[in-house]
Design a protein around this ligand. Structure first.
Ligand SMILES: [Zn+2]
Length: 101
């Protein structure tokens, strides 16, 4: 696939529960923009700390390929990012089904 930047939000189950319907969420954008989109779509802040002993709600990392994507991960593509930042709301969230992206 072509070069791209993905920010991965890994739910740490802070406080003992997941914050969205997805354990892992990928957003095709650099971290700052991806964080903005994440807040817009899920209406929660990924760096919120639900439980002090568990730490941050999400572990956030930037990737330059999709090797680490796994089946069932939520994906918000660059096209979705552009739409969201233009003020459109996202429809159903795409889920990675494996194979080539
Ligand atoms: Zn805890």
């Amino acid at each position: 696939m072509s070069e791209s930047t993905w920010t991965r939000f890994f739910d740490m189950s802070s406080g003992g529960f997941e914050k969205t319907n997805y354990a892992i969420i990928w957003i095709e954008a650099p971290e700052e923009q991806a964080t903005r989109v994440f807040e817009n779509v899920f209406d929660i802040h990924p760096f919120n700390i639900t439980c002090a002993c568990c730490g941050s709600d999400f572990s956030v990392d930037v990737y330059y390929d999709t090797e680490a994507m796994r089946e069932g991960d939520a994906i918000i593509s660059k096209e979705d990012v552009v739409n969201i930042e233009s003020g459109f709301s996202l429809g159903a969230i795409e889920v990675y089904k494996g194979g080539t992206k």
